[in-house]
Ligand binder design. Structure first.
Ligand code: PGA
Length: 223
């Protein structure tokens, strides 16, 4: 059975109390309905909550992986405000790199993103590299790519599964080292199966739908 990846992206949301409430409810829901074997679920939390999420997940042996939403393009050292791969690695197995919000609001360029990928790979952190179209360059060594058309993010208007599938095929053709293409942009429990049922889409990246355990785990089970 092909693996299905579900990457929840909390973005710049949640404080400690809210994260604790999310985790407690997640634990309860997962004890009732465990995640199906072929699914790999990653929760990408803000840096401030990585330690908390990581500790809770390991203490309660939840079948969740922890991811970061960004990483420094540099190693450790005199880079005030940055969180480097060595630091991320303490808590996270995955990292989102190249989200359109980072490109748009923080001026991240393809060159900078390629450096971020290098840093993540050097520390054994799996990059989830996000692109907006099949034409965006994908750095060597990336095996998991997320296709996220900007107009579909947070709008309630997802791309059509047909178009997402066509883009996924093109991405895999152009970048033979890419094993998995995921789709992101207004994915919900209701529409997730229309994407994960496609031959060339290997998972999804929900943002808004990852914020409550109810909506997130309904999505996970429907995927
Ligand atoms: P959304 O966000 O599910 O809220 O549209 C997806 C994303 O930005 O990764």
């Amino acid at each position: 059975m092909k693996p299905i990846f579900i990457i929840g992206n909390w973005k710049s949301n949640k404080e400690t109390s809210e994260a604790n409430a999310w985790l407690a409810e997640a634990k309860q829901l997962l004890s009732q309905t465990p995640i199906e074997k072929q699914k790999e679920v990653v929760v990408c939390a803000p840096f401030t909550l990585l330690s908390l999420v990581c500790s809770f997940v390991s203490e309660h042996t939840l079948s969740l992986h922890v991811g970061a939403q960004d990483i420094s393009p540099f190693t450790n050292g005199a880079y005030t405000g940055e969180i480097c791969a060595k630091q991320v690695k303490e808590f996270a197995t995955h990292v989102i790199i190249g989200h359109s919000e980072r490109r748009r609001f923080f001026g991240e360029t393809d060159t900078m993103l390629a450096e971020k990928v290098k840093q993540a790979l050097a520390q054994g952190i799996a990059p989830i590299y996000l692109v907006q179209s099949e034409n965006d360059p994908i750095p060597q060594g990336v095996t998991m790519v997320g296709y996220e058309p900007v107009g579909a993010i947070g709008t309630g208007h997802p791309d059509s599964p047909k178009n997402a599938e066509e883009i996924a095929i093109k991405i895999k053709e152009k970048n033979p080292y890419v094993d998995y293409v995921l789709y992101g942009g207004s994915v919900t429990a209701e529409n997730v199966a229309s994407f994960t049922g496609l031959a060339h889409i290997n998972g999804v990246i929900p943002g808004g739908a990852s914020l409550t355990p109810d909506s997130f785990f309904a999505l996970v089970h429907n995927a």
